[in-house]
Design a protein around this ligand. Structure first.
Ligand code: ADP
Length: 484
């Protein structure tokens, strides 16, 4: 099984969100299952020059009236050494930000990511690699399935394509004039193919032309077929319902494992929880919170945007600070929420710690040191932080949506009794519902036997990449029957 992964970001070279973690981990696990994988991604400024090897490969790609010179660099992923090919077009990718400065899109993103798709296909041709499957991610690679079935059909007659949606809210919408530049037939600009309310949508193209569409959790796969969470695409997604699959993301065990985590003050495991107390003290001390073992510490790590339910958390703050609990929050995002949180922390510095930065080490310390982890997301395609939290015995308090609903078992009396409970779920998107879930968490926290049992159950859950990669391989094999 030959697979080409086309990704707009990939750990350890570039990252803005969970997609980069998936891109960095999945290829190695696909190879472990017998596939041959190569990955293609842009050469952004953040990729260190010494991390890549420049190749002699060079070719031209035309975009409308322009012809661009494409050069290629290469590196390998840790593990089995899956090759990563970088599309090097400095004019497009040698910039400070992957897609644009915070809160904005670069004005030439239509060209930048049409080029990624076109150049990736040219590169595959020049490498004489014959993929059974092009596995592409999000709108940035959404045109690949379109090219594979139209302009490039003769080159890749036996290749199927699979589009993975990491977040349907980002749709790659551009003015109709962008279509001419992509080199695709103008006839595709119709509402059943690439048009979305008068604009060209790269994501819609991918959804319509891919042989299968996956999302990063089964619940999100269903939710995007509803008007509430379909972002206007629910109609086309319902039409393709039998080709939509939900496959949960895994956790990169090398990076997130409390038994080996080099950032933690002390390591711990489900069988030996003692070290978690030291991690909590360390986090409290580092964030200048009162160092008390007997007060539950709630963590939050993530983008401070409404998708993550940060508006709920901000509205609930005034009520929460009156309870005997502490909060450690790490994130960056909407300046409005940053300011609100800064003010609350300023008024309660020994109870609420807010760090408005991107800090991987601190993210590990919060997962290791907090008792519970808050994720009141409005929607959550998969969510990685609740998976880390479960592994670290940091019980998630989350809204029942998307991947959160699929991975957390609510502490109902029955689930507690059966020893299955791993967290606290709530349904309504309101601050009251969040506070009620936190109250349930506090009540459970006071029953140490029950809490410890939940921690152990949470830590034993299997969210390995092995399991997820197997699901992807099953899907790929179903598209290319008879292949390895
Ligand atoms: P999304 O991709 O929607 O942002 P995910 O939960 O899938 O959300 O993945 C977010 C990833 O980014 C996680 O690995 C999380 O730890 C990390 N992250 C988010 N914000 C920060 C931050 N401020 N500091 C460190 N890591 C962060």
């Amino acid at each position: 099984m030959n697979i080409v992964e086309i990704v707009p970001e990939i750990v350890p070279f570039s990252k803005t969100g969970g997609l980069a973690d998936v891109a960095g981990a999945l290829p190695d696990h696909l190879e472990a299952l017998g596939a041959t994988v190569l990955v293609i991604t842009p050469l952004y400024r953040c990729v260190p020059a010494q991390a890549v090897e420049r190749l002699d490969t060079a070719f031209k790609v035309s975009l409308g009236a322009r012809t661009l010179d494409v050069r290629v660099a290469r590196a390998t992923l840790p593990g089995r050494g899956v090759p990563v090919y970088f599309i090097d077009v400095p004019e497009f990718y040698d910039r400070d930000h992957l897609y644009g400065p915070p809160g904005r899109d670069d004005p030439d993103n239509a060209a930048r990511f049409a080029l990624l798709s076109r150049a990736a296909l040219e590169l595959v041709k020049s490498l004489k690699f014959e993929p059974e499957v092009f596995h592409v991610h999000d709108w940035q690679a959404g045109l690949v399935p379109v090219y594979v079935q139209t302009t490039h059909a003769l080159w890749f007659p036996n290749s199927k394509s699979v589009l993975t949606l990491h977040n349907l809210a980002y749709q790659g919408l551009f003015p109709p004039s962008a279509l001419a530049m992509t080199g695709l037939d103008a006839g595709l600009f119709n509402w059943r193919q690439l048009e979305f309310y008068g604009k060209v949508s790269y994501l819609k193209g991918g959804i319509v032309f891919a042989d299968a569409v996956t999302t990063v959790s089964p619940t999100y796969a269903r939710e995007i077929q509803t008007p509430e969470l379909g972002c206007g695409f629910d109609g086309i997604l319902r039409e393709r319902a039998d080709r939509i699959f939900g496959i949960l993301n895994g956790v990169d065990d090398r990076e997130w494992n409390p038994q080996r985590d080099p950032y933690l003050k002390e390591r711990y495991s489900a069988n030996s929880l003692k070290g978690k107390g030291a991690c909590k003290r360390e986090l409290q001390s580092r964030l200048q919170l009162i160092e008390r073992a007997d007060v539950p510490l709630f963590g939050f790590v993530g983008r401070l945007v409404e998708q993550k339910g940060i508006d709920l958390l901000c509205s609930a703050m005034e009520i929460l600070v009156r309870k005997d609990l502490q909060i450690a929050l790490l994130g960056t995002g909407d300046p409005r929420y940053e300011e609100m949180l800064r003010r609350i922390a300023g008024r309660h510095p020994r109870q609420v710690a807010v760090r408005l930065e991107f800090d991987n080490e601190l993210a590990h310390l919060v997962e290791g040191g907090a008792d519970a982890f808050v994720m009141p997301s409005r929607y959550e395609p998969c969510g990685l932080n609740q998976l880390y939290s479960l592994k670290y015995g940091t019980l998630p308090v989350a809204r029942r949506t998307g991947g959160l609903a699929d991975t957390i078992v609510d502490a109902t009396p029955q689930n507690l009794e059966a020893g299955k409970a791993t967290g606290f779920l709530f349904d309504d998107y309101t601050a009251e519902a969040l506070v009620a879930a936190i109250d349930r968490t506090l009540a459970c926290w006071r029953n140490r036997t029950s809490w410890t049992r939940m921690m152990k159950t949470a830590m034993k859950q299997d969210f390995s990449w092995e399991a997820s990669a197997k699901r992807y391989m099953e899907l790929f094999r179903s598209l290319a029957p008879g292949v390895g």
